[in-house]
Design a protein around this ligand. Structure first.
Ligand SMILES: Cc1ncc(C[n+]2csc(CCOP(=O)(O)OP(=O)(O)O)c2C)c(N)n1
Ligand SMILES: [Mg+2]
Length: 687
C-alpha cells in the first residue's frame, strides 16, 4: 500500500518536472486492491484491472520499475513499450491483460475470458491447439482459476457493465467484479451516475450474483469480504461483485483539481479515511509494529522507488522505426503465397450462404478452438426441442446445423447486445480461442463500434505484441433487397477499413467465400468478414465446394473480365452490375475490364495499378454512399501514384449521399445500378 502511494507521489513529482507525460493515481484505493492482490493467484487467475489498481498489480508481481517504465514511456515498458499511458496495466506473465483507456469495455472482455475458463474445463484439445498457435506460450488454464475485473463507480454506467452482468449470471461465469467507488467520476458524484447512489443495491435483482459491500479503505474488512466473494467464484457458484467504498485524495488525475467541485468539509472527511494512515494506526494499536518499524519499512520502500525511478529515467526510449510493429501479426501473413491454394472441387454447386455453413463446418472439425455465436445463430437454444424441430441456424441460415453437429458450447445464441458479442469475442480470443461471431445486420453493428475500434483492432499494438484477439466477425451487409429500407441495407465498410489492425474482406462469389472465410479463420489478425445479403442466394455466383483446405490470400483481387478501354474497380454486389454493364457495352464494341477487389484491407494495389496502366481510364464503383467512401482512397492513390497513366479523371460510381429507402423505385435511384456504370464508361470514353 505504502509502495503504491509512493510510486504515485514520485510520478506526480516527475510529471511536474516534465519527465513523464501523464499521471493518474491509485491513492485512496490501496487497501481493497491490496486485499484482492493477497487473494488472487498470480499467473493462475486472469485479470482485467483498471487504472487505480497499482497496489493489486504490485502484489501480483509487477515491479516498481515496471510501473515507472510505463510512466517514462520506455522501450522496455512491459505493458506497452511506450505506447500507452501509465497505469494502463498489462503483463502476460501475470495474466494481466492490457487495458485501454475506455471506461467499461473490460467488463465484456472479462466475461469472454471467463467463458474461456468454462470452455477449457472440458475442451482439452482446444487448449492444446491454442497453446500451439502464435503467442500460445501465454495461453494457460488452471482448473481453479477465476477472472477478476475492476472499475470505478462511474464506469458501471456503461452498458457494457450491465451486458456483462447479464451474461455472467446467465452462464454462471467465474467472474469477480470489484467496483471501487470513490464517490466521483471525475467531477460527477455517484448519485448522478447511479440511481439511488449505490451500485450494489442496484444490481440486487441479478440471479446468482454474490453481492457484498465493504469499506475499501479498511484492509482487514476488504480482505474478509473479497475472500468470500472470490471463494464463491472459485467454487463455480457464479459471479461475485464487491462494492468497495474508497477515497480519491489526489483528484481524478493531475489534469483535474477536485477543489473545483468538492467542499473543504468533504475533502476533510475523506482525508480521515485515508487507507494508509488507518492501517499504520491499526498496526500500532494492535502492537503488531511500532512507529520505528513502520518507518524502517517505509524507508525501504522509499529506497526501492528511488532506485526504480533512477533506472526508469535512464531507460532506452522506443524507436520511431518500431511504430508499425504489431499492428498485425508477425507470425502469420494472410497475404502470403502459402494461402494461395488450388481448389479440389466436390459435390453440387452451393450458394454463397450455403458455402459459409459448409466452410464453418469443416473448419470447426479441424479446430476445436472455434466457437460460433451471435443472435439466432444456434439451431435451437433449448436443446430438447431439437428432437422435434429442424432448427434456425441464423436468420440467413449461414450457421444452420452447426449446433446440432458440434454442441451447444461451441455454437450458441447471445442476447441482442452487439457490444457484448464483439467484447466477449475479444476476451475469448485473448485466451486463445477462435471466436467466429456474427453481427446479424451491418445496420446494427454500431453498439459494437467502441469494442471494434478501441479494442479489437488495437489490443496487439497497444500491448506491443504481448496480447492479441484474432476473432472473426461475420457481418451480413448491403442493400439491393427490394424492401430492405434504411435499417437493413446499410454499407459502410470504409469506416472499418479506416481501423488499423483490422482485416476487412468482402467476397462476391461462393468460391471466394470458401477461400476467404478459411483464411480469416486461420489467420492471426481480427477479421471483419462482410457477407452481402443480396448475394447470399443468387444463382450466378454459386460454386462447387473447393475442399477443406482451400484458402485465398488476403489482398489479392480477382480479375473478373479482361478488357481494353475502361477499368471498373469494384467489389460486393456491384461486381455483378459491372458484369452486366460490360456485356451490354461489349455489344457496342466497348471493351471493359473488371476487377473484384474482394479484400478491402489490405487491398491489391498491384492489380489496380496493372489495370490502370492497361486501360488508362478507370471507374471505382461501390455500393456505399459516394462521399467519404471506400472509393475515395483508391481514387486518391491512383491520382497520386499513377497520374501520368490516366487519359481521363478517375470516376466514382456509388450511392447517393442519403439513406436507403424502402420503396423499390427509391432504392433503385439511391443505389448504383448497371445504367450508372454504363453512363460512366461512356463519359470517360468521351473525355
Ligand atoms: C468510454 C469513455 N468515456 C469517457 C472517458 C473519460 N473518463 C476517463 S475516467 C472517467 C471517470 C471514471 O470514473 P470512475 O469509473 O468512477 O473511476 P474513478 O476514476 O473515479 O476511479 C471518465 C469520464 C473514458 N476514458 N472512456
Ligand atoms: Mg469513481
Amino acid at each position: 500500500m505504502y509502495l503504491s502511494r509512493r510510486l504515485d507521489d514520485r510520478e506526480i513529482q516527475l510529471k511536474r518536472q516534465s519527465k513523464i507525460y501523464f499521471q493518474i493515481s491509485s491513492a485512496g484505493h490501496e487497501a481493497v486492491t491490496a486485499a484482492a492482490g493477497l487473494l488472487l493467484r498470480p499467473g493462475v487467475d486472469w485479470l482485467y484491472p483498471y487504472y487505480r489498481d497499482r497496489a493489486l498489480c504490485l502484489m501480483l508481481g509487477v515491479t516498481p520499475l515496471d510501473t515507472l517504465l510505463q510512466a517514462v514511456g520506455a522501450k522496455d515498458d512491459p505493458s506497452s513499450g511506450g505506447r500507452q499511458m501509465p497505469s494502463h496495466w498489462g503483463h502476460p506473465r501475470w495474466n494481466l491483460v492490457s487495458k485501454s483507456s475506455c471506461t467499461g469495455t473490460q467488463f465484456l472482455h472479462a466475461a469472454g475470458a471467463a467463458e474461456a475458463t468454462l470452455y477449457y474445463e472440458h475442451r482439452q484439445k482446444a487448449l492444446a491447439q491454442a497453446q500451439q498457435a502464435p503467442l500460445g506460450e501465454h495461453v494457460n488454464y488452471q482448473p481453479e482459476e477465476i477472472v477478476y475485473v475492476s472499475s470505478g463507480d462511474g464506469a458501471t454506467s456503461e452498458g457494457e457493465f450491465w451486458e456483462s452482468l447479464n451474461v455472467a449470471c446467465a452462464k454462471k461465469l467465474p467472474l469477480f467484479y470489484l467496483i471501487e467507488d470513490n464517490g466521483y467520476a471525475i467531477s460527477v458524484p455517484v448519485e448522478v451516475q447511479t440511481a439511488g447512489g449505490s451500485i450494489s443495491r442496484l444490481v440486487k435483482g441479478f440471479p446468482g450474483l454474490h453481492i457484498a459491500e465493504c469499506d475499501g479503505t479498511d484492509l482487514l474488512e476488504s480482505y474478509v469480504v473479497c475472500k468470500e466473494a472470490i471463494a464463491y467464484a472459485r467454487e463455480r457458484r457464479g459471479p461475485a461483485l464487491v462494492h468497495a467504498r474508497v477515497t480519491r485524495p489526489y483528484s481524478h488525475s493531475l489534469s483535474d483539481d477536485e477543489k473545483l467541485y468538492k467542499t473543504p468539509e468533504e475533502r476533510e472527511t475523506e482525508a480521515r479515511r485515508d487507507p494508509l494512515s488507518k492501517f499504520s494506526l491499526f498496526l500500532i494499536r494492535e502492537g503488531l509494529l511500532d512507529q520505528k518499524e513502520i518507518e524502517s519499512l517505509e524507508a525501504q520502500a522509499d529506497r526501492e522507488v528511488r532506485e526504480a525511478a533512477d533506472q526508469a529515467l535512464a531507460a532506452e526510449h522506443p524507436e520511431p522505426s518500431s511504430i508499425p510493429l504489431h499492428v498485425y501479426s508477425q507470425d502469420i501473413d494472410p497475404t502470403s503465397a502459402s494461402f494461395a491454394t488450388e481448389p479440389k472441387f466436390q459435390a453440387a454447386p452451393k450458394t454463397m450462404v450455403e458455402m459459409v455453413a459448409v466452410t464453418l463446418q469443416d473448419e470447426m472439425a479441424r479446430d476445436e478452438r472455434i466457437v460460433v455465436f451471435g443472435e439466432d445463430v444456434a439451431d435451437a437454444s433449448r436443446e430438447d426441442t431439437l428432437r422435434e424441430v429442424k432448427g434456425k441456424g441464423g436468420v440467413f441460415k449461414a450457421t444452420a446445423g452447426l449446433q446440432r453437429k458440434y454442441g451447444s458450447d461451441r455454437v450458441f445464441n447471445t442476447p441482442i447486445a452487439e457490444a457484448s458479442i464483439v467484447g466477449r469475442a475479444i476476451g475469448m480470443a485473448t485466451r486463445g480461442l477462435k471466436p467466429v461471431a456474427e453481427i446479424q445486420f451491418f445496420d446494427y453493428i454500431w453498439p459494437a463500434m467502441m469494442q471494434i475500434r478501441d479494442e479489437l483492432c488495437v489490443l496487439r499494438w497497444r500491448s506491443n505484441g504481448a496480447f492479441k484477439c484474432p476473432a472473426v466477425i461475420r457481418v451480413a451487409i448491403g442493400g439491393y433487397l427490394t424492401g430492405g429500407a434504411v435499417y437493413h441495407s446499410q454499407s459502410g465498410e470504409s469506416i472499418f477499413t479506416h481501423c488499423p489492425g483490422l482485416r476487412v474482406v468482402m467476397p462476391s462469389t461462393a468460391l471466394d467465400v470458401a477461400g476467404l472465410l478459411r483464411t480469416a479463420i486461420r489467420c492471426d489478425d481480427p477479421v471483419m468478414f462482410l457477407e452481402h445479403k443480396h448475394l447470399y442466394r443468387q444463382p450466378y455466383n454459386r460454386s462447387e465446394y473447393p475442399g477443406p483446405d482451400f484458402t485465398i490470400p488476403f489482398g489479392k483481387a480477382r480479375l473478373v473480365k479482361e478488357g481494353e478501354q475502361v477499368s471498373i474497380i469494384t467489389y460486393g454486389a456491384v461486381v455483378r452490375r459491372a458484369e452486366v454493364a460490360a456485356a451490354a457495352l461489349q455489344r457496342e464494341g466497348i471493351s471493359v475490364e473488371i476487377l473484384d477487389l474482394r479484400s478491402l484491407s489490405p487491398f491489391d494495389w498491384e492489380a489496380i495499378a496493372a489495370t490502370v496502366r492497361k486501360t488508362h481510364r478507370v471507374i471505382v464503383a461501390y455500393e456505399d454512399m459516394m462521399s467519404w467512401g471506400y472509393g475515395a482512397e483508391i481514387a486518391a492513390r491512383i491520382a497520386e501514384e499513377l497520374f501520368a497513366e490516366l487519359d481521363a479523371p478517375v470516376k466514382r460510381v456509388a450511392a447517393m449521399d442519403t439513406f436507403c429507402a424502402y420503396h423499390p423505385k427509391l432504392e433503385d435511384a439511391i443505389l448504383p445500378q448497371t445504367d450508372d456504370l454504363t453512363a460512366a464508361v461512356h463519359c470517360l470514353l468521351a473525355y
